[in-house]
Design a protein around this ligand. Structure first.
Ligand SMILES: [Zn+2]
Length: 258
C-alpha cells in the first residue's frame, strides 16, 4: 500500500513520498523552498499526484513562484506535468526527455492490462487513474549541469545518466539533500531495462558522483527516504545490482533472468 506523506527533511527541502503508481510501486517527488521560488522535483504519475504535490509545495510559502524539474522521462515521474503546465508553471527537464502521445497511450493500456479482475479490465478502470491526466513534455530544457537561484538558496541540477540517458539529480548543498530520481531507489529492485552494460557502467559513475557530494539525505525515485548511514546502504544496494548485471550481461528483470 502507498502512504502518501509530505515530509519536511531540512530547512528548505521536503519529500512527497508514496504517490500511487502500478502496485506495488509508489513514486516519490519533492520540493525545495527558496525565498522567491519553490522548485518542485517531479510531478508524479497522474493529475491526482500532481495536485497533491502542488498543494504541499504551494502551502509552505504561498507567495513563491513555482518551477518544476523532471528527473527523467518515465511516466511515473512526469505524468503530472500537464497539471503544472495548465497553471502556467514552467517544467524543466533534460533535452532528451521527450515522450509521444502514442507512448502515453501505451502506458495507459499497459496499466489496464495489468488489472487482475476481468470485469474491471473490460471496464477500462485505468482511465480512472489517469483522469484529467494528459501528456506534457518539459517546456524548458537542460543539456548540462545547471544552477537555479531560488532566492537565498542555490540548487544544482546534475546530469546523472544511466537509468535513462536523461536522468537528472537535484542537489541542495546548504541542506545536504539530494533528490536522485531513479538513479537511486530504495528497497525496490532498480529498473535496468532501458539500457545494457554500457549504460549500467554510466549509471555506476552517476552513483559515484552522488556519493562524492556526501549527502546527509537522499530522496530516491522510489522507496523510503534515506538518512545519514542509510545513504551508503542504498547506494551500495543499487551498485551491487548493476555490477552483477554487467558481469552477467542482462538485467535482473529481463526475460533471461526469469
Ligand atoms: Zn521511476
Amino acid at each position: 500500500m502507498c502512504d502518501n506523506i509530505g515530509m519536511r527533511l531540512s530547512n528548505r527541502c521536503y519529500a512527497v513520498t508514496g504517490l500511487g503508481y502500478s502496485a506495488p510501486w509508489c513514486v516519490n517527488a519533492g520540493f525545495v523552498v527558496g525565498d522567491s521560488v519553490t522548485l518542485v522535483v517531479d510531478t508524479g504519475g497522474n493529475a491526482l499526484a500532481a495536485q497533491t504535490i502542488h498543494g504541499y509545495a504551494s502551502a509552505v510559502r504561498p507567495a513563491n513562484r513555482l518551477r518544476v524539474i523532471d528527473t527523467e522521462k518515465h511516466f511515473d515521474h512526469i505524468g503530472g506535468n500537464g497539471f503544472f503546465r495548465e497553471r502556467g508553471i514552467d517544467v524543466w527537464g533534460h533535452a532528451a526527455a521527450v515522450r509521444t502521445p502514442a507512448e502515453f497511450e501505451a502506458e495507459s493500456a499497459e496499466f489496464n492490462d495489468a488489472i487482475p479482475n476481468a470485469a474491471r479490465r473490460a471496464r477500462g478502470e485505468a482511465q480512472a487513474f489517469f483522469h484529467g491526466t494528459h501528456l506534457e513534455n518539459r517546456n524548458r530544457q537542460i543539456d548540462s549541469d545547471t544552477r537555479f537561484d531560488l532566492g537565498g538558496c542555490t540548487v544544482e541540477i546534475l546530469l546523472t545518466p544511466g537509468h535513462t540517458p536523461a536522468n537528472l539529480s537535484v542537489w541542495v548543498p546548504d541542506d545536504g539533500v539530494v533528490f536522485t530520481g531513479d538513479c537511486l531507489i530504495n528497497q525496490y529492485l532498480p529498473n535496468l531495462d532501458a539500457g545494457g552494460p554500457q549504460e549500467w557502467r554510466t549509471w555506476l559513475d552517476s552513483i559515484s558522483r552522488i556519493e562524492a557530494l556526501n549527502p546527509t539525505t537522499v530522496v530516491p525515485g522510489h522507496g523510503p527516504v534515506a538518512r545519514s548511514g542509510e545513504v551508503q546502504v542504498v547506494a551500495d544496494a543499487v551498485r551491487r545490482v548493476l555490477r552483477e548485471s554487467i558481469a552477467r550481461g542482462y538485467s535482473p528483470t529481463s526475460d533471461q533472468a526469469i
